[in-house]
Design a protein around this ligand. Sequence first.
Ligand code: HEC
Length: 426
Amino acid sequence: LRGWSNGFVRGLTITAAFLSIQLIGCLQQSALPNPQSSSGAASTGTDALEILRQAGDLSAQRRHVWEVIRRITDPAEGGDQPTFESWHGEEEIFTAHTSPSRATGIRSFARETPAEPAISDVPVLTYTLYNDAAFHHLVQNRLNRRDELNRLVREGPADSVVIESRSVPALPAASMVLKTVWWPVAGNGLTPMPVWDPELNPPKKSGNDYLSWARVVVVDPTSAHLTSRTSAVDFAGRTFDSAHRVALDDFYHVAVDKHLADRLSRDREAHNVGLIALGRPIREGDYLLLVGANLATKEILDWVWGATWWHDRPDEGPFAADRPGALRGVWRHYLMQAAFDSLLPLMPDGSPHVCFNPWLEGRFPDGGNGAGTVSNCMACHQRANYPSKQFLPVTRGRGDLQHDGAYAAGRLRTNSIWAITLHATR
Ligand code: HEC
């Protein structure tokens, strides 16, 4: 990590506040057919979405991503859980010896290898979920196996972008992948939780990990009995005198049972997040709150990208814009950014489009082209290739096919999925 931030810095110094004010100006009206499908599958055609991409129509792009979020958070057929909780956990794909488990979604949590090359000292509890289309494609094509990737490097289909490179068989259009982020709270006490406010967190060269955020709220699992709306709380060595008290029911959350507690206790990230949030490991009786998620859907060739994260004032600011009335309940507590392209629409200062999740990319350091708060999902994911695991530093705009080693000849491009490179086993 430090290596990335030590280099010379010619980063952009747009403050996040400036950025969010300007974003309001970008939000324009446009006519996108309103998708009606209630299944997890794509409902707006690829061509229509490619037009939105070319036009850089951010408002229509946002409406589309909100609609996808509505579909995947609506209960799955015949159940009361959100659809995405019926998807396959990453461990089902990438763990060599899976014990047969009927659990899906976060309840299937298990991990044998560390989540990602440690990119900072600050742990984040993530778990990636794959819908059926994505899951079956990865497993049937053995893209979870290094022996197969090694074969594809030599014999795979020619890549359409990088001459003399190969690519994995492209995932089908119905594929969706959701990288979820969770915060543990105690079942019987108050738990602090950081909240991202763009205007209070100007970009730092070392990245804006959640320990550095200016504000915390206090999650109260028993809010029915309480009279005070604020509490004093200590978090990560700082005291917050009047942190806003929020209810458990304002979040999508799951109760931690013994089985889940056992698996969490064996994961380094989960263990360390527990120490930060609770001062102890996560245990049975605690809750996991969904605090953010990164979404990719293969509706267009280069995937549609969306970031969503929880906020206690979810109706304010540009990231609340265009939220549809059909999104109900706790889901109205989440903000959102969208990216259909690595470049468009341009930011007000003429620089490439920005789309990041404060919990995930917010912590990325500035390696010369700006830190995580000016990153873009597609700009990074298009670099995904095997065997290189180097996903940093943050790059901006269109790929630099001439100079960026991620696009060097002789690699296997992984259809924008980094997990293939990072987690394939055997
Ligand atoms: C600078 C690089 C970078 C940026 C920017 C980035 N990601 Fe990722 N993303 C990764 C890496 C690396 C992983 C794999 C992490 C793991 O599984 O250990 C990943 C994983 C994912 C996954 C799971 C599938 C996969 O590729 O492994 C999704 C979905 C995802 N990211 C969505 C997003 C979205 C949405 C954004 C923008 C809001 C974004 N990402 C921005 C690097 C990046």
